[in-house]
Design a protein. Structure first.
Length: 366
């Protein structure tokens, strides 16, 4: 059942070229280009004209929501908010008729996410569910939506469901941006192609497996980790830190890289590994200068970079390179080494990576 892998987590990490492909298949045609998503198509007008979009989710799914916020705002020019379902449901939020609420959930059973959309539905919002488990409660309560088709995820730490959520949310954004005209035809075409190329590129990232295993051995005894990113990679930093906490019980924090100087930089010394998610994008120069700030304080730098980057390897202690990709789709690549790093540190510490202590696969209590 683990398909020859030692753990479900590793199997699921390695499944990602296929799960992302399955998610795009039958929906994305990069040649035309065209994106067909029947559930979303039915509500395309309402989404295009929505005064705003609110994404509700928890945990890793919330991180996918944060990336989607940046993608939707960029391509659709619709204001997006991302909320923890637990906060949203209890704080009497303003929800108006016509608002679009997107619930993101692997299990489709997370109690807080479910109640959040039930409440919003009563207030007249349109509810879209981006869910992995077919026929789950969140899928049933939603007006429409799109399944992530990642297959059963057994490992408690979400991996393949996350990249599938990103693939679906990106397709939704491109589709709406294209329909609305806020995304130029050239850009739509280019991004469809970028998306179609992702499964193959994920395959290439997975070839770094041994290098990441070696990194894990080197850093496994660190007491704390910091994960930093900017732009589309900021939520990837949050996700990397969450993976490490769950699987290795090492304290880790994710931050927007530029926030460092507003406090957390005080933590940096020669014992602190700092993971930079720093693939080539519009923020590259900025993140390089954040890296210099860490280096000046003797932090150990591990950087996820784009192949061919000549600058960061001169600054970082260790680098893992991923193939070049448009910044909008890059998180589906940059997160993979972070999943593997958490996995291999967990293994090096002899922990139960598939079933970390205190955690359940789906949180059906509030
Ligand atoms: O099933 P959901 O996507 O609604 O679950 C949300 C979170 O409970 C989940 O992502 C959790 O944070 C994972 N353990 C992360 O790896």
């Amino acid at each position: 059942e683990k398909g020859g892998y030692e753990h479900f987590m590793l199997k699921e990490i390695f499944e990602q070229p296929n799960t992302i492909y399955d998610c795009l298949r039958g929906r994305l045609d990069a040649n035309v280009p065209n994106i067909v998503m029947s559930g979303i198509d039915k509500y395309a007008q309402q989404i295009m004209n929505a005064p705003r979009i609110i994404i509700v989710a928890c945990g890793t799914s919330w991180h996918a929501g944060l990336i989607a916020e940046y993608i939707i705002e960029e391509t659709c020019r619709i204001p997006v908010e991302v909320e923890y379902a637990s906060e949203f449901r209890y704080r009497n939020p303003v929800v108006n008729k016509g608002d679009v609420i997107i619930a993101v959930s692997q299990s489709g059973e997370t109690a807080d996410t479910l109640v959040a959309i039930e409440n919003a539905k009563e207030k007249g919002a349109i509810i879209l569910g981006i869910v992995n488990v077919v026929g789950s409660s969140i899928a049933r309560v939603s007006h429409a939506g799109a399944y992530t088709h990642a297959g059963p995820e057994i490992g408690v730490a979400s991996t393949k469901a996350f990249t599938a959520q990103l693939a679906v949310l990106t397709m939704v954004a491109l589709k709406i941006g294209h329909a609305k005209g806020s995304l130029s035809i050239e850009r739509f075409q280019a991004l469809c192609k970028e998306l179609a190329d992702i499964p193959e590129k994920v395959e290439l990232v997975l070839q770094q497996n041994e290098a990441i295993k070696a990194l894990a051995k080197k850093y496994k005894d660190a007491r704390d980790f910091l994960y930093l990113g900017r732009g589309y990679n900021f939520p990837v930093a949050l996700e990397g830190a969450l993976k490490l906490k769950e699987i290795t019980y090492i304290h880790a924090e994710g931050y927007a890289a530029a926030e460092m100087k507003h406090g957390p930089i005080a933590l940096v010394d020669e014992n602190l590994p700092v993971v930079f998610v720093a693939t080539k994008d519009a923020y590259h120069e900025k993140i390089v200068s954040n890296m210099q700030e860490i280096k000046a304080r003797k932090g150990k730098i591990i950087a996820i970079i784009t192949e061919g980057d000549a600058v960061i390897p001169t600054l970082a202690d260790d680098v893992i390179a991923v193939p070049a990709a448009d910044e909008i789709v890059a998180p589906m690549l940059s997160v993979i080494p972070l999943q593997l790093l958490a996995y291999y540190i967990g293994i090096a510490k002899d922990l139960d990576v598939d079933k970390p202590r205190n955690l359940a696969k789906s949180v059906t209590v509030e």
